[in-house]
Design a binder for this molecule. Structure first.
Ligand code: MN
Length: 714
């Protein structure tokens, strides 16, 4: 079993002048809270964090990471609280420990295999500090090393998850030694028969193969000596899982996988790497298109090496990697190699450059010529712009950053989107405008009678949601226009003693439709409803010429058509029209005193908006009409106000008393608790005018504990 002194010795090797106090304290604390707990192996639980810490010390990570790794299971598995960890070890350790804890809580079953890529990216996105992922990988590595103690039924599942998620994650970070170990241990549990088959086959002709390795090594070495090149040559077996993949992918029998051995040459300098390559190519014929220069063009995860495949002394393929010692180190520890001291630069400065590796990917982008690699890089580059959320069933969905429950709803199904009234995130109700966060579990609340609103277009982020909402509005508009157009036509025809319904399917109608260039009569009627064609234009086509000339009518007749009604009591004067139906915009709720403007709607009279109203600003100027308040009117008008206050007993009673004292009526009240002790009250009052409203607002501001009072509306 690893002891704390082994870890401290290891850390001192790489960081000789570092204070080990935090590691000591983390160890003592971890030992105390895990006391009495056992691993499935029967060992004291503490052995696990110690092993994990040792792996990280070996990877030359800093003291903060080592301390965090000693504490990585205390929040989840002991009585220790997040606050305890923060108080005792500071923000940085706390941040790492809680990051690892968050990742541990997520579980993925193997049916989600196809989502593996999303999960991997989600993990990377959730870990805002790459050290969280490194600790998680070390944790998984030790758990895989001790997987034989797990319940039989769980072994395969854990191994599959490791293969799907964690090994590729290690590979992406360039930590190939972890990737290989994770793959081989998982392989053993996922397909045990295949594993032991390869194990047996590899060991079968071991002696012969060892002789072969020696021969090849000697050839290379001799050639290097002749040319006065120093360096080492290694021959090694490829890891079992890569042999297995090769057999599967290329449909080969084991006997046909000849390159189960790979060679590596470590010259002293970069120029010598290329020289050595030249020698190898002079010695054996290179296989075309197998040569890769990752020294000239490093991989995004900083891997550098020359790769070549040649036809060896017995006509077999030999894979050879050539790189310097330093490159070799980076090749095995990847991103982690960059955490150590570099040219005397203190480690903290390295660490503070969180995600500097992503920056370097972007910087290297232009040097990358392989299109697949480029795509891969672009994806990494893009993922900070994505969030990953779960359905209630645990399915993972990726959305653009800033996406809302409405986007999520449309992603699930168009109907779910259309009927979305709200959402629960992690079990709590949120507004449909809520910005989804990675890791959220999202449940959409729907209602059969609910419909999308134009307003949604202002906050949705996905193309799908946007186009589905537009489509719905379009269909709705068309249906409404059809009904309206039909009514307008019926009325216009009646006025001229014609029956629209009997003429509807007539030959004459078809000619009229053609005349106006529509596909069918429905489109013509919809066009009337939209106000693009007037009913009069249609009816004229059914009348003798003489009668037609008598027809006159103002522009408003044409647009408004049938909606002239007896004068309603609105308190608004519409220029030039005294018997027009007047409505008030629900968006801005104008009251006398507000500057207002009118909008001629298609068949529904005039709607009054405040001139400052967002909707009024968007209107077609051709349909705008001057209006003014009729100050002789004694109407009252609804207006919405919002109050923010600290909650207290009797608050609502005081507010209502205050309002009635000012002679305003309350039409509607809505209260909502916000954060800790705050309350938000939405009221609809009826007031005489802006002066009256001002009086009410000023008075409400004086109520005890009230923080803010304002009129609502755009
Ligand atoms: Mn653990």
């Amino acid at each position: 079993m690893i002891r704390i002194n082994d870890i401290i010795d290891k850390v001192s090797e790489t960081h000789p002048d570092t204070d080990m106090d935090i590691i000591d304290r983390a160890y003592i604390y971890s030992a105390r809270v895990h006391e009495g707990q056992l691993r499935l192996s029967g060992e004291p639980y503490l052995s696990h964090p110690l092993e994990v810490a040792y792996i990280l010390a070996d990877m030359k990570l800093d003291t903060v990471s080592i301390a965090a790794s000693l504490l990585h299971d205390v929040i989840e598995d002991t009585h220790a609280t997040p606050q305890d960890v923060r108080d005792m070890f500071g923000d940085e350790v706390f941040h790492l420990v809680s990051g690892v804890t968050k990742l541990s809580i997520l579980t993925f079953d193997s049916s989600q295999e196809r989502q593996a890529e999303s999960i991997r990216r989600m993990l990377l996105a959730m870990a805002d500090d790459i050290r969280v992922i490194l600790i998680k990988l070390a944790d998984r590595l030790h758990n895989m090393r001790t997987l034989q103690y797990q319940k039989e039924s769980k072994r395969k599942e854990i191994a599959q998850e490791t293969l799907d998620i964690y090994a590729p994650l290690a590979s992406r970070l360039g930590i190939y030694w972890i990737k290989k170990e994770l793959e081989d241990t998982s392989f053993k549990y996922v397909v045990p028969e295949e594993y032991s088959k390869i194990e047996t086959l590899v060991s079968k002709d071991m002696e012969e193969r060892e002789r072969y390795i020696e021969t090849v090594k000697r050839f290379i070495k001799e050639k290097m000596d002749e040319n006065h090149l120093k360096g080492e040559v290694f021959g090694r077996y490829k890891h079992f899982y890569s042999i297995y993949l090769k057999m599967i992918n290329q449909n080969l029998e084991f006997e046909d996988v000849y390159d189960i051995i790979a060679f590596r040459i470590i010259p002293e300098t970069i120029p010598q790497c290329y020289e050595t390559l030249g020698l190898v190519h002079a010695l054996w014929k290179p296989v075309p298109a197998k040569f890769k220069d990752y020294i000239g063009i490093p991989k995004p995860n900083m891997y550098r090496s020359l790769h070549t495949t040649v036809i060896g002394p017995y006509g077999e393929r030999i894979e050879i990697q050539i790189r310097t010692r330093e490159m070799d180190e980076v090749a095995s520890s990847g991103i982690a190699a960059h955490w150590g001291y570099k040219e005397g630069m203190p480690i903290d400065e390295n660490i503070s450059k969180k995600f500097s590796w992503i920056r370097s990917i972007i910087e290297n982008q232009e040097n990358i010529k392989d299109p697949n690699e480029f795509l891969e890089n672009v994806r990494i580059d893009l993922f900070p712009e994505e969030v990953y959320v779960f359905t209630p069933k645990g399915e993972i969905k990726s959305l653009p950053k800033g996406a809302t429950p409405v986007d999520f709803a449309y992603l699930i199904h168009t109907e779910v989107g259309n009927q979305c009234v709200g959402a629960k995130v992690n079990g709590r109700m949120v507004s449909i405008k809520y910005e989804l966060q990675t890791g959220n579990i999202v449940e959409i609340v729907t209602s059969k009678n609910h419909h999308p609103s134009k307003d949604w277009l202002n906050f949705v982020k996905t193309v799908k949601a946007r186009s589905r909402i537009r489509q719905w509005i379009k269909t709705q508009d068309k249906e409404r226009s059809m009904t309206l157009g039909r009514e307008m036509c019926e009325k216009a025809f009646r006025k001229h003693r014609l029956n629209f319904n009997t003429l509807f399917r007539s030959e004459k109608m078809n000619q009229v439709v053609e005349h106006f260039n529509f596909k069918n009569v429905e489109d013509l009627i919809a066009s009337v409803g939209y106000g693009k064609t007037t009913p009069l234009q249609v009816v004229r086509k059914f009348m003798p010429k003489t009668e037609m000339e008598e027809e006159t009518g103002s522009i408003f007749d044409k647009i408004i058509g049938r909606v002239r009604k007896k004068k309603p009591k609105s308190g608004v004067l519409v220029k030039g029209l005294d018997d027009i139906l007047v409505k008030f915009g629900r968006c801005c709720r104008p009251v006398p005193g507000d500057s207002i403007t009118g909008y001629i709607t298609q068949g529904f009279g005039v709607t009054i908006h405040r001139t400052s109203c967002k909707n009024a600003l968007k209107m077609n100027p051709e349909r705008q009409i001057d209006v003014d308040w009729d100050y002789k009117s004694t109407e009252t008008y609804p207006v919405k106000i919002g109050i923010r206050s600290l909650a207290r007993v009797g608050l609502l009673a005081d507010i209502t008393a205050n309002i009635s004292k000012n002679e305003a009526n309350i039409l509607d009240v809505n209260t909502k608790m916000i954060d800790n002790n705050g309350i938000e009250i939405l009221l609809t009052l009826s007031v005489d005018n802006t002066h009256h409203l001002e009086k009410v607002l000023t008075s409400l501001k004086k109520v005890k504990y009230v923080q803010k009072v304002n009129r609502i509306g755009i």
